[in-house]
Design a protein around this ligand. Structure first.
Ligand code: GLP
Length: 241
């Protein structure tokens, strides 16, 4: 295998140079990369090196191949740590993305059987139902549907949920902190209504993340169903024994 001056495989260096062009926006999402043969000539490296570099870019989600058409620059993915207890706002800001929220629904309802079971409250217990579209850098990324027990989270009725972080309000103003999460991830297809909100086509792949958040006393403070756009979300996990 060819190596660069630094002793690393040459294809890694080629991959990193191409990745820089993508990350800087010089090669914007959707543009087609030159063919393997053209890149071989332009970069003055072997075809195998180019092939390996492109494969590495594909593994990192920076490009994708369309059979018979070529290799294209992918949309950048928003990374979410699957093990984070933090809010959407914090998770986006931490990675340098600008979060925002649009309230699609806010209502006070009597818990249905399913919601009551999830929140571990009596059937008919008063809960808030909050549905928001969350954007990252203006990109419609996720529809969050959350249920909060009213007896614990009454402050939510008084704040502008388009302008605040719910977790921030719960912690700073009510001393409620999410300390444990039980969560599942599942691939689903967008309904017509979800597709419209997320600006994709009906049937588009989404990731459904269902969460139960527990406070320090072990009480469920949130039952959430978040629908992330599959084309621009990536969930990462750091696991240690
Ligand atoms: C994350 C969680 C949601 C939670 C939201 C609160 O996205 N998955 O369950 O409702 O954060 O976000 P924020 O505090 O920014 O309103």
């Amino acid at each position: 295998m060819a190596v660069s001056e630094t002793g690393r495989p040459l294809y890694i260096q080629v991959k990193e140079n191409l990745a820089k062009l993508i990350i800087s926006g010089e090669w914007p999402p959707g543009i087609r990369l030159a063919s393997e043969r053209e890149l071989t000539d332009q970069l003055g490296v072997s075809r195998v090196t180019v092939r390996n570099a492109i494969q590495a870019l594909e593994e990192d989600g920076l490009v994708y191949r369309v059979h018979g058409k070529g290799t294209f620059v992918a949309k950048p993915k928003m990374e979410m740590n699957a093990h984070d207890l933090i809010s959407f706002t914090s998770s986006m800001l931490r990675r340098g993305n600008q979060p925002s929220a649009q309230v699609l629904e806010f209502s006070r309802i009597s818990a249905s059987r399913k919601v009551a079971k999830a929140l571990e409250v009596e059937l008919g217990h008063q809960v808030y139902r909050v549905r928001r579209l969350r954007r990252a850098n203006n990109l419609p990324l996720v529809i969050e549907l959350s249920f909060f027990p009213r007896d614990l989270c009454s402050r939510l009725e008084e704040v502008d949920l388009a302008a605040v972080s719910i977790y921030h309000v719960l912690y700073e103003e009510m001393g409620i902190q999410c300390r444990k999460v039980h969560q599942s991830l599942e691939a689903v297809a967008a309904t017509e209504e979800e597709a419209q909100i997320l600006e994709v086509e009906t049937g588009f792949p989404l990731m459904l993340v269902e969460r139960l958040c527990y406070n320090t006393d072990g009480r469920v403070i949130e039952f959430a169903k978040d629908l992330y756009r599959g084309d621009c979300s990536r969930f990462i996990s750091d696991l240690e024994p």
